[in-house]
Design a protein around this ligand. Structure first.
Ligand code: NAD
Ligand code: UDP
Length: 317
């Protein structure tokens, strides 16, 4: 029986591995291409016995070879947490530029539909709230976060150029903060940092005074929005995220409550260019894709905390 073939770059990462699961469940063959720079084979270990799944260890800033027909390419390779991209600035710029070029070249060659994982970071430290797709953003190109933000902005520009000049079918998803099982405990993002600290009984490190806001989306909701976008005809960017906004201090307090820890909040310096607010306007996702998030933070946090408890118990063995 015919099965469409999808390539997921960054498929051994947090989001990429959940996407591999979803595409396989949709009846596709999946090639996962990842150099494991921030990913982990544990995330895809359960797929190794699946005849429709192939893992290729490869750095996508170099020519990508995939045998045979390819129908969909989802370009998710990139360091994504601030700690990772501050540690890997050149690799981040390269995978966003050279890597996106190679992945688009593969899409052109194979006449495949291409979807790029963009980010709310293209809006930088936003002066419009909540953020609509029409907003062009407020990004410091030479600040420490510029390596990630500008790589993603370049990726979007290159994607539109391949659409306009080569006729490649393209999709752009702007992903807002997403969380769930398979995040790395040590990736430095707020959720794994707070949960790890809470479960170990350490102080919870809130940066700045904690009044900055974020809007956290549970991973299954995000993956559903991405799949709908992939199957849609929409070429312009679509925000996917959960509009439920919370300050980082309140978020730390929620983690304390859910983990029943005795940990206390301590305050550390706010990193340079840390956005003060972030909340997706999902009007386009709702109207074009019929999508809105289903999992609220209480439920998502519970599942994610249980996952981290098991990871920590396992690491201690
Ligand atoms: P992640 O670090 O878990 O996954 C990224 C994966 O890409 C890793 O497996 C890594 O090894 C791989 N990779 C990096 N450079 C590579 C290269 N040159 N060649 C091959 N593989 C490479 O991060 P994530 O949270 O799963 O993010 C995935 C994508 O989604 C990224 O493009 C990120 O920018 C985007 N995104 C994520 C979020 C979020 O909240 N998680 C928000 C916005 C955008
Ligand atoms: N943050 C924090 N303590 C931590 C890690 C992060 O207070 O240990 C803050 C960070 O400064 C930012 C917010 O939490 O304001 C979300 O950070 P994250 O790294 O998760 O993602 P970002 O949205 O900044 O890319």
């Amino acid at each position: 029986m015919f099965k469409p073939t999808a390539v997921v770059t960054g498929g051994a990462g947090f989001l990429g591995s959940h996407l591999c699961d979803r595409l396989l469940a949709e009846g596709m063959k999946v090639y996962c291409v990842d150099n494991l720079i921030t990913g982990n084979l544990d995330n895809i270990a359960h797929l190794f016995g699946n005849e429709n799944f192939t893992y290729i260890k490869h750095d996508v800033t170099n020519f990508i070879h995939i045998p045979g027909r390819v129908d969909y390419i989802l370009h998710f390779a990139s360091p994504a947490s601030p700690i990772d991209y501050l540690k890997l600035p050149i690799q981040t710029l390269k995978v966003g530029s050279l890597g996106t070029h190679k992945a688009l070249g593969l899409a052109k060659e194979k006449k495949a539909r291409f979807l790029i994982a963009s980010t709310s970071e293209v809006y930088g430290d936003p002066t419009i709230h909540p953020q609509k797709e029409e907003y062009w953003g407020n990004v410091n190109p030479i600040g420490p976060r510029g390596v990630y933000d500008e790589a993603k902005r370049f990726s979007e520009a290159l994607t539109m150029a391949y659409n306009r000049y080569h006729g490649v079918e393209t999709r752009i998803v702007r992903i807002f903060n997403t969380y769930g099982p398979r995040m790395r405990l040590d990736d430095g993002r707020a959720l794994p940092a707070f949960v790890g600290q809470a479960l170990r009984g350490e102080d919870i490190t809130v940066f700045g005074d904690g009044s900055q806001t974020r809007s956290f989306c549970y991973v299954s909701d995000l993956v559903d929005g991405i799949f709908r976008l992939l199957m849609s005809n929409e070429i312009y960017p679509v925000n996917i995220g959960n509009p439920s906004e919370i300050t980082i201090k309140q978020f730390a307090e929620e983690v304390i409550k859910h983990t029943a820890t005795k940990s206390k909040i301590i305050y550390k310096d706010l990193p340079e260019d840390d956005p003060k607010v972030r909340q997706p306007d999902i009007t386009r996702a709702k109207s074009i894709l019929g999508w809105s998030p289903k999992v609220d933070r209480q439920e998502g946090l519970k599942i994610t905390i249980d996952y981290f408890k098991k990871r920590i118990a396992h690491l201690l063995v």
